[in-house]
Design a protein around this ligand. Structure first.
Ligand SMILES: [Zn+2]
Ligand SMILES: [Zn+2]
Ligand SMILES: [Zn+2]
Length: 114
């Protein structure tokens, strides 16, 4: 399915009005992630796997200055750096995000190899 979250098109499975999905639907699961392969936001990697007709490509370092995370509560899009700087809350509407998402970032972003 597809749903417009404010002005952003989100694709996936059973998306609610704040981008919760069939797979992640706690109160705080309100972000969607942009995939580089199709330049489209999905609520989670499983939504991409089940909805898209191609393998997922994570957001590359080379595009780190472009927004790739959507707040499902207010429709704000932010870069990974914005997201990480605000400790699991939306920089714009201050809605709390699920802090557990940070342990899955490698599924969505090309991360620096330190
Ligand atoms: Zn894709
Ligand atoms: Zn999902
Ligand atoms: Zn927000």
């Amino acid at each position: 399915m597809e749903r417009m979250i404010h002005t952003v098109r989100v694709r996936g499975q059973a998306i609610d009005e704040q981008t919760r999905c069939q797979h992640y639907h706690s109160e705080r699961d309100i972000i969607a992630l942009r995939f580089a392969c199709c330049d489209t936001y999905y609520p989670c990697h499983l939504c991409h796997d089940e909805t898209a007709d191609h393998p997922a490509v994570v957001w590359p370092q080379a595009r780190a200055h472009e927004p790739a995370i959507l707040c499902g509560a207010c429709g704000w899009t932010m870069t990974l750096a914005d997201y990480l700087a605000h400790d699991s809350t939306c920089p714009r509407c201050t809605s709390p995000f699920n802090p557990g998402c940070k342990s899955h970032l490698h599924l969505y972003f090309e991360l620096p190899t330190s």
